[in-house]
Design a protein around this ligand. Structure first.
Ligand code: C2O
Ligand code: CU
Length: 487
């Protein structure tokens, strides 16, 4: 950890700070809105405080892990009705900078929780008030938007269910939050990022868990209708979700209803789901008592994370069809008039990247990166542009400047050897096509783009500065993030 010859000085630190100051100055004016929004009258007020707590991830008799959680509740679960006006105050109880982002919620840009683009970093002990209209029912989640690899990697993530009183009646409605943990035998965390992972498929956890336990054992009426809300909140892993022993339909993606699709009709009978993606599955319990299993079939060893046992007298099903959710009420882009953009996901090739001249594990270097809410190194790019990292501090120009209310078609081409779950803030987009023909049309906020695949999405642009990034957390923090300015 020698600093001699590194050429780093207090002055360089200040210079870098000035560069990031420019980052904040580029934030949009909040006054130039095209129309007056309706006044926000909260119907639900809550506080979410991040902090540390203990969780027995390795098993009841093994050492506990000091995890991060909201309000001391690991994988905190919130349920509230559609139409809620949520005023959520984030209190940062960590001893590092952070923020709170409600993933997939369409909201005014200023509450999006993305430092330094939409707000300053929330320092230790500080707070930030979010005002969110929860008009789109479905399965969502929330997490910090700064050092996600470290903070979400230690468990700082929660589920938000926006309930819809118009939903068909299910006999059971379960949240299954999937996350792998990178643990040592003594329960402590291993390094959550390593260059070999960040520059490739990600740094994986080996302790596979659902809601913090190895497997859920559920009971439902024989012939009953079960709704499973399955969230991939892992940092790196792409899963392939499937069901054995029962008829099951995909009824929503990223919270948004779609025409039910029998899982068996999908390629390989599974739904591929990268970090941040969610699905709702309707599963009809068998009447003969046969075992039902739900698993990740994309893993080398299939990971069965839930089993369901049928109980009681069999429910009769005159129709036999799936229980469809109410149709999603979302703006669909006008494809004839839509403006077209294409972006390619690549390994970063920018040779001009300037090193700050400090090894990444140097405390000063770490402090810089933390105070700017960026990663240490650049490995990735979108359209040959990389997000700021410790290699090069300063906000990149927007990938595109768009007009509010106008329709856009975005082609995402993956020229890397790895899959990337690409997420756009502030919108629910329509997934229009995959060059591999593997995706049904559906609404989503995150879409998996496989190697050598081109996926096209479309949306009606909403006002604000919205980041567009890979949700493999290390990819996002090492360059694979850009932003759209919508004016
Ligand atoms: Cu889960 Cu930038 O978000
Ligand atoms: Cu990625």
């Amino acid at each position: 950890m020698t600093r001699s010859g590194a050429g780093f000085s207090r002055r360089a630190f200040l210079r870098a700070g000035a560069a990031l100051g420019a980052m904040a100055a580029i934030a949009p004016s909040r006054t130039g809105r095209a129309h007056t929004p309706e006044p926000f009258v909260p119907t639900r007020t809550l506080t979410l405080t991040s902090g540390e707590t203990e969780l027995h991830l390795l098993g009841p008799d093994k050492p506990a892990t000091r995890v991060y959680a909201y309000d001391g509740q690991p994988l905190r679960l919130l349920r509230m009705p559609r139409g809620t006006r949520l005023e959520a105050t984030y209190v940062n109880g960590l001893d590092e900078g952070s923020s709170l982002h409600f993933h997939g919620i369409r909201m005014p840009n200023e509450y999006d929780g993305v430092p330094p683009l939409t707000q300053p970093l929330v320092g230790p002990g500080e707070r930030f008030v979010h005002r969110l209209p929860l008009d789109d029912p479905g399965t969502y989640f929330f997490h910090p938007h700064c050092d996600e690899t470290g903070q979400s990697g230690r468990g700082l993530v929660g589920t938000l269910i926006v309930e819809d009183e118009r939903d068909p009646p299910f006999d059971l409605d379960e949240v299954l939050c999937l996350k792998d943990w990178r643990l040592d035998d003594d329960g402590s965390f291993l390094e959550l990022t390593e260059p070999s992972g960040a520059s490739k498929a990600g740094t994986f956890g080996q302790t596979r868990r659902v809601n913090g336990v190895p497997q859920l054992e559920l009971t439902a009426p024989a012939g009953g209708d079960v709704r499973l809300r399955i969230l991939n909140v892992d940092a790196s892993r792409v899963m392939g979700i499937g069901v054995e022993g029962a008829k099951a339909w995909l009824i929503a993606v990223d919270g948004h209803a779609l025409d039910p699709i029998l899982l068996d009709d999908l390629p390989d009978g599974i739904w591929r789901m990268g970090p941040a993606q969610r699905i709702d599955v309707h599963l009809r319990m068998p009447t003969d008592g046969a075992p039902v299993r739900v698993g990740d079939y994309a893993a080398a060893d299939i990971y069965y994370f839930a089993s369901l046992a049928a109980s009681g007298p069999a429910k009769a099903h005159p129709g036999q069809g799936p229980l469809a959710l109410p149709r999603a009420e979302l703006p669909f882009p006008d494809l004839d008039s839509a403006e077209f953009h294409s972006f390619t996901l690549q390994q970063a090739t920018d040779q001009a990247v300037k090193q700050l001249g400090l090894p990444p594990d140097d405390p000063l270097s770490k402090a810089l990166v933390a105070s700017f809410c960026v990663g240490a190194t650049t490995y990735w790019s979108i359209g040959q542009v990389s997000w700021a990292t410790g290699n090069r501090l300063g906000l990149p120009p927007p990938l595109a400047v768009m007009n509010e209310g106008r329709s856009y078609r975005i082609q995402i081409k993956n020229e890397t050897r790895f899959s990337h779950p690409m997420h756009l803030h502030g919108h629910a987009f329509a997934v229009l096509s995959s060059s591999k023909g593997r995706l049904p049309q559906h609404f989503a906020d995150t879409v998996l783009v496989q190697p050598n695949e081109a996926v096209e999405i479309g949306f009606v642009a909403a006002q604000g500065d919205w980041v567009f990034h890979c949700h493999i957390l290390e990819h996002m923090e090492t360059g694979m993030m850009g932003w759209f300015r919508v004016i």
